[in-house]
Write a protein that binds this ligand. Sequence first.
Ligand code: LRH
Ligand code: MN
Length: 395
Amino acid sequence: MSAKDPASAAHVLDSLKIEIPSWGFANTGTRFGKFQQAAAATTIEEKFADAAEVNALTGITPQLALHVLWDLPGGVHDAVQIKKLSAKFGVQPGSINPNLFQDQEYKFGSICNPDSGIRRKAVDHLLESVEIAKALGSRDVSLWIADGSNYPGAQSMRKRIGWLHDALKVTHDSLDSGQRMLVEYKPFEPAFYHTDIADWGMAAQLAQAAGPQAFVLVDTGHHYQSQNIEQIVAWLLHLRRLGGFHFNDRRYADDDLTIGSIDPYQVFRIFHEIFSEPDAEIAGGIAYMIDQSHNIKGKMEAMVQTVMTAQELYLKSALVDRERLAELQSETKTVEAEECLRDAFWTDVRPALREWRRQKGLPENPLEALRESGYVERIEKERKERNAMLSVSYA
Ligand code: LRH
Ligand code: MN
């Protein structure tokens, strides 16, 4: 048994912070519809309140990711209100996520649209997102675009690459020092023939061309079935272009299920690559964010369960005896090397996690504490009437 003792490794949890998404508390759906939850958050105040509750229970989610058109429909003018809510609930605004996928004009793309006027509009939204991040003191502007096409010949992929570079360069150069632009890739959906930023290589090349404050965001759900995600992580660390993660899980495509629900060993292997990064400063700058849509599970339960699972997998990965592993790897002792990872993965870290929480004055089992708190019942009472009025149909 080569794994380290969880209690002696639990200190690694002190620096782990997980950013949670405002949209994880809202009623989201699939193309076939939305199942309303009476307790779901609709207003930005409710999203901050729910995030504050998750942070009170887990102690490691002090930041809330915001999606511009969903959380700041008034643009940079809404920053004042956000700052008030942040002060009231003790949760900081986190990454700022532009919305370049819902406006009618973006049918054929946003920053890659053949119409220069529409590209201008999209770039203006990116620049406003940077101004919002400045106003809120947010480090990251986290960019995902749905741009692509559905039929061969419909669009010029070459021309669109040029427009992409132009837009990301302008956006990068508007950043303040200390700010970062994260480029998120996705192989398909909503476009189903080509997607303009489809994989890590395209995103890394775009980030390098944009400038030193541009990095790649790895959404674990944005990969083809058999892709080796931890190898992509190793490459991005090597290139010094790994900005952060959108953690979730999937069985088929971008299913946005809760982290570790389908393949917990996947996240463990990703954390292993990060713990293997010799430069602590590089490893320290990585943003760990959640990007999930909770259509079936209760949104508060799902979020608390998600944060606990991320902590468990992070601590498990910290238990790998990496010195021993390095020896075994150079001696090509395949099975013994693999056993180093398996020993750590199969170690039950929950007792050490409970002890870490106890020492931090946090509930030993946040999910149990959520149930005992009556928080969900309370917000359900407050919100059910309003939520009942909201439409359920997709179309
Ligand atoms: C796209 C994505 C992106 C977000 C959205 C909510 O699939 O992962 O990160 O903007 O989900
Ligand atoms: Mn994402």
